[in-house]
Design a protein around this ligand. Structure first.
Ligand code: S3P
Length: 450
């Protein structure tokens, strides 16, 4: 079978990724290993940095986002070895002993770095911190964490009444609160719990729907006094306990696996096994949605590694049906909605995505950008305030599209291009390195094996 042509063109200002499937079609075959989970990588670096003693991390994601976390926490006094997929060693400062950095802390493109770090900085007495990020991060809402931190007594200033970075933080002794979050956000929940580690008394977060629980699991593994009640969507931490360094094994990122699951599902004749994928139930919304769409996905070799469930996922091409994505499944699939929109474009019937307004405040406005880019490729997409309506089934055409510097958009469009007629050029494709630095080489080898 002829292979798709995947080429990269680096200009002074951007990387262009060109994908052109052969006219006779393409079938993806083989086994794929995805890099480490981004959420778990951030948390392993951060908890290692504030714990006492040594933490070892196996399988850390070497993407730009965890590099931002490592850079910030080095500046805060943690000793973090050179980042390496095999093992990273973190020698933590001990709780309450982060150092005042000499310069601004730059979280780059990473919302998780900035929001989680804010909880730790706000509760660090007698230190002053200035934090910022790239253009995208400086436009993303920070009041969702600044407001509850202020209720705990935090002193934070920033543009628009502290709702936009750059932010200035004067660390102080905080008091525990019970916070009922209006949004299901693991970044909000984790920020408050991290602040609660050093606050007086108990800090509780109640969510409207369950978001990813990696912080809860990892805090328990580091010895924090934490109680989670997932049924009640409630989690509490009691301030004052020491965290002790431990060893963390990072599973493959289901958000990265999702690109290959959809690729094999939409490209006729494909069969792929994606190995070592983290299948924590707070993250498997994408698998539930694909099952609703009639995708053929089997879990193999299920195991638990360092407190997180892991499996290999075998996916075969099938004819996909439309479905409705709404309600509690949305936070469990929040980062996979762009690639699920691609799946919907190839499914028969109308897929409706609702309750997903959060996508408008991610690395880009993912609802607007996916609607525009899929429309450019010939899909029938209507943008709604909180979602998308996608009439699937009409063939897609190759086009000139743009990632808007959003990693998940870049990769979603590359997968859509695998089943489009003619050549697609994805502008600003370098964004993929935020969460998946080996995406293009894996794409090339998956196509070469077809
Ligand atoms: C993340 C939580 C999610 C997700 C982001 C990573 C995390 O954001 O979109 O990519 O690691 O906690 P929200 O919690 O704000 O929805």
């Amino acid at each position: 079978m002829p292979t798709a042509i995947v080429t990269v063109n680096n200009t002074e200002s951007e990387q262009q990724l060109q994908v052109e499937p052969p006219a006779a079609g393409l079938a993806l075959q083989g086994r794929i290993c995805v890099p480490g989970d981004k959420s778990i990588s951030h948390r392993a670096l951060m908890l290692g940095a504030i714990a006492s003693g040594e933490t070892t991390i196996e399988g850390l994601l070497l993407g730009e986002d965890p590099r931002s976390t490592a850079r910030c926490f080095r500046a805060l006094g943690a000793e973090i070895s050179e980042l390496d997929e095999k093992t990273v060693t973190v020698r933590g400062v001990g709780i309450g002993r982060l150092q005042e950095p000499l310069d601004v802390l730059d979280a780059g493109n990473s919302g998780t770095t900035l929001r989680l770090m804010l909880g730790l900085l706000a509760s660090q007495p007698e230190c002053f911190f200035a934090v910022t990020g790239d253009k995208s991060l400086r436009s993303r809402p920070m009041s969702r964490v600044v407001q509850p931190l202020k209720q705990m007594g935090a002193q934070i200033w920033g543009r628009r009444d502290g709702s936009l970075a750059p932010l200035a933080v004067r660390g102080t002794r905080l008091r525990g609160i019970e916070y009922r979050s209006p949004i299901a956000s693991a970044q909000v929940k984790s920020c408050i719990l991290l602040a609660g580690l050093m606050a007086q008394g108990r800090t509780t977060v109640v969510e409207p729907a369950l978001s990813r629980d990696h912080s809860e699991r990892m805090l328990a593994a580091f010895g924090a006094d934490i109680q989670a009640d997932p049924e009640a969507k409630r989690v509490s931490v009691v301030g004052g306990s020491e965290l002790k360094g431990t060893s963390v094994v990072v599973p493959g990122d289901i958000s990265s696996a999702a690109f290959w699951l959809v690729a094999a599902a939409i490209v006729p004749g494909s069969e792929l096994v994606v190995e070592n994928v983290g299948v924590n139930p707070t993250r498997t919304g994408v698998l539930d949605v694909l099952a609703m769409m009639n995708a053929d996905i089997h879990w193999e070799n299920q195991r638990t590694i360092a407190g997180e469930p892991v499996a290999d996922l075998r996916v075969r091409h099938t004819k996909l049906n439309s479905c409705e994505i709404a309600g509690e499944i949305v936070p469990r699939a929040i980062d996979e909605i762009p690639i699920l929109a691609v799946a919907a474009a190839f499914a028969s019937g109308t897929t409706v995505i609702r309750d997903a307004a959060e996508l408008r405040v991610k690395e880009s406005d993912r609802l607007a950008v996916m609607a525009q880019m899929l429309t450019k490729m010939g899909a029938r997409v209507t943008e709604r305030p909180d979602g998308l309506e996608i009439v699937g089934g009409s063939p897609l055409q190759g086009a000139d599209v743009d990632s808007h510097d959003d990693h998940r958009i870049a990769m979603s469009l590359a997968i859509a291009a695998l089943n489009a007629r003619g050549k697609t050029t994805i502008h600003h494709a370098q964004a993929a390195a935020i969460s998946y630095p080996t995406f293009v080489s894996t794409l090339k080898s998956a196509c070469d094996r077809s």
